[in-house]
Design a protein around this ligand. Structure first.
Ligand SMILES: [Zn+2]
Length: 81
């Protein structure tokens, strides 16, 4: 179960019904939406990446593994709190 994907699928399906009023984009959304709902029910939610070393974290910008204490990524300079 991957609830976020299923919820997105419901939104896309309803958007598809709405966009049917304007043309073929709605048909594409009506194909994609139910597929996302099915995927949300069948697929397992992927786990967010966890560093092997508990004293480290991932930079939210470049995904480099960095020390937890640093306030700025040494790789890209992105401020990581
Ligand atoms: Zn970085």
């Amino acid at each position: 179960m991957w609830p976020a994907l299923a919820v997105c699928g419901v939104i896309v399906t309803f958007a598809g019904i709405f966009f049917l009023l304007f043309g073929p984009l709605g048909i594409m959304l009506l194909l994609a939406g139910p597929a996302m709902i099915a995927g949300g029910i069948l697929l397992k939610e992927p786990n967010p990446p966890v560093p092997d070393d508990p004293t480290k974290k991932f930079c939210s910008y470049c995904s480099a593994e960095i020390e937890k204490e640093v306030s700025e990524c040494p790789e890209c300079g992105f401020p990581c709190d």
